[in-house]
Each structure stands twice: as structure tokens, then as C-alpha cells.
Design a protein around this ligand. Sequence first.
Ligand SMILES: NC(=O)c1ccc[n+]([C@@H]2O[C@H](COP(=O)([O-])OP(=O)(O)OC[C@H]3O[C@@H](n4cnc5c(N)ncnc54)[C@H](O)[C@@H]3O)[C@@H](O)[C@H]2O)c1
Ligand SMILES: CC(C)[C@H](C(=O)O)[C@@H](O)C(=O)O
Ligand SMILES: [Mg+2]
Length: 350
Amino acid sequence: MPLIAVLPGDGIGPEVTREARRVLEALALGLDFEEAPVGGAAYLLTGRPLPEETLALAKKADAVLFGAIGDPRFEALERRLRPEAALLGIRRELGLFANLRPATLFPALADASPLKPEVVAGLDLVIVRELVGDVYFGEKGRRHDAEGLRQGFDIMSYNEAEVERIARVGFEMAKRRKKKLCSVDKANVLETSQLWRDVVNEMATEYPDVHLTHMYVDNAAMQLVRAPAAFDVIVTGNLFGDILSDQASMCAGSIGMLPSASLCAWSGDNGMYEPIHGSAPDIAGQGKANPCGAILSAAMLLRHSLGNEEAALKVERAVGEALAKGARTADLGGSMSTAEMGDAVLKELV
Ligand SMILES: NC(=O)c1ccc[n+]([C@@H]2O[C@H](COP(=O)([O-])OP(=O)(O)OC[C@H]3O[C@@H](n4cnc5c(N)ncnc54)[C@H](O)[C@@H]3O)[C@@H](O)[C@H]2O)c1
Ligand SMILES: CC(C)[C@H](C(=O)O)[C@@H](O)C(=O)O
Ligand SMILES: [Mg+2]
């Protein structure tokens, strides 16, 4: 029986993960679930945000269902003890270099986005974000500069192999979709991005039927507001992908709607699945969080780690049906609680 590691984490993490797990259980696929603490919740219990037992469970499991981490009480701790260190640690330890962040507009949510319905109509893009490199994982620290002033630094770097493997995911994904790949970088300023662009260009000859374009990240941020539906697949680095995916979420109505898959291979072996949002301390514990991003992440788990496309589509359709019948949490302009939204999706899961 496939084992799913459930790491609910902090804030609204446990609230939305509960609904995603209920959906997986309702499918009666004979999955085994094992839960473990992570982030601030784990720090409170063990003094470490990523206990060895939690990491071992994530490695052993067929897939990880992750909620969210982050707790304002621990913001002043040294970096390795903060909840965020747990998330970065799992990504790195499991080698999850490919982060797929689809932003799709459910037709019923055409008026939920702050953008005009005609601007977001047909929105169906995927951000392929590199997840274990870039400025996130380069050398970092504090020192004093030549004038004796305190200085912080984070080194941004990519080698050609790291660019190639994520670009390949982007090309392969574009090949299976609308055959448009937009590589986003800052090659007018950054050496890292110039190498990124060189490598992506060299690979383009292997994909003659994929239309490749390059875009600077500042322009990409603007185009995501001007004409988001013009994008198909965006491939980009860790930092740019983090920022652009939160931005893309509002084209789809709410950050609470967007799921993600973090993979170490196309097959999705040992993948991790989480909504793109954080622990949302401002609404945590109030039953207000939108669980759709978490539920849609469970659908991605079924697709990528369990190879069950039929069940994945079933979950995605159930979310679409629930929304079409008017189910809405507060972020979408409604008044349903997290659990009521979960119930509305479960009702459509037949
Ligand atoms: N993958 C993760 O676990 C992850 C992602 C982003 C941020 N974080 C962490 O979360 C903490 C809070 O960060 P933040 O406030 O910048 O970002 P956030 O994503 O937690 O929240 C941003 C805003 O979006 C709202 N929001 C987020 N998810 C929602 C949902 N499902 N339904 C309704 N509204 C939702 C929040 O209420 C908040 O107003 C920080 O500690 C941060 O480091 C974790
Ligand atoms: C919490 C943080 C480390 C994380 C990131 O920056 O990758 C988050 O913002 C995300 O989008 O998953
Ligand atoms: Mg983020």
C-alpha cells in the first residue's frame, strides 16, 4: 500500500491539510497515512524544525503531503532553527529540484480575480520553478565591509547541469501542452542569468516544435498582469519562481487556489505536494483558510507520484463543480469555513 507522509506544519497548514487528506481518504485507494511534525510545530516539540524522524518518514514515503510552515514567534531565531529551514531542508535532502506550480482559472472564479474577467479568461499556465539552487542555497552570511559597516550576503549561482535539468522539465512540459516555453531571467544584469539563457538556447535545437521565448523577470511580472493567459509554460529560477507564482495566483482568484508538486524526476518518485501559500498567521486557527490549493496538491500527488490520472482528474473536477455551485471561502468573496469548503468538494467526488 502506498505510504503518504503527512506533514501539516504551522498556522493554516494543519487546517488545509486535513481537508486534502479527507479527499484522498474518500477515494478509498488503500493509501496509508503517517503524520509527523515539521516547522515551528516540530521546533516546539523537539527543539528542531526538521527532526530526523520527520525527514526519515519523508524519505521512506511514496509521497509527502505538506501543509505550510512559518511562525512569527520564531522569526528572530538563527536561520537553521527557523521553520523555513525545515522546508528548504526537505527539498534539498529529497533532491526536489523541479517545482511545478500550475495557475489555472476555474471558470466559476472569473470574477474572483482583481483582474478583469476578459484578462484572466483561459488562464492555464505552469510555472516550472527550480527549487534547490539559486540564491536560496548559495553561501550566505554576515560580515563587516571595508568601511566597517554590517553587511549581509547571499550568493546566487547555477551551474550548467542545474540549469539543464530544470530547463528539460520546462521543454518536456511545453511539448505536452501548447508548445510555448517562456524562460524568465534577468540576463541584462546577472551572470547567472546569462549562463541560464545560453544553456536554454543550446537545448532548443532538441525541441524544434517548442516555441521558445526569453523574458526579463521585471517584464514577466508586468505581463502576468497585462495578459496572463498568453503564457503556457514558464521556466525560471528559484527566487523569480517564488515571486511570480504568488503573483500568478491572483490571476486565478486567490493564493489559496494554487497547488504545487516538487519532484526529483519526471516520474514523481518521492515527490512533495503543497499549496504555494504559507502558514497565514493572520487567519490561522479561525477556520477561514481556503483548502483548495491543498486539495489540488493532493490531485497532483495522485497524478505524479501514484500515476493515477483518473483519480487526479476526479479531484480537480470535484473542486471545479463545488466552485461552480457557489462554494466560496472568504478569500474568494464567500463565507464558507475551511471544513465546509472541504465538504463541498467531497460532495462532488462521486
Ligand atoms: N510553503 C510554505 O510553507 C510557505 C510559503 C510561503 C510563506 N511561508 C511562511 O508563512 C509565513 C507567513 O507568510 P506570508 O504572510 O508572507 O504568506 P502567506 O502565504 O502565509 O499569506 C499571505 C496572505 O495570503 C493569505 N492566505 C494565504 N493562504 C491562504 C489560504 N489558503 N486561504 C485564504 N487566505 C490565504 C493570508 O491570510 C495572508 O493575508 C511566513 O513565516 C513565511 O515564511 C511558508
Ligand atoms: C517559506 C519559503 C521558504 C518558501 C520559498 O521561498 O520557497 C515559500 O515562499 C514557497 O513559495 O514555498
Ligand atoms: Mg513563496
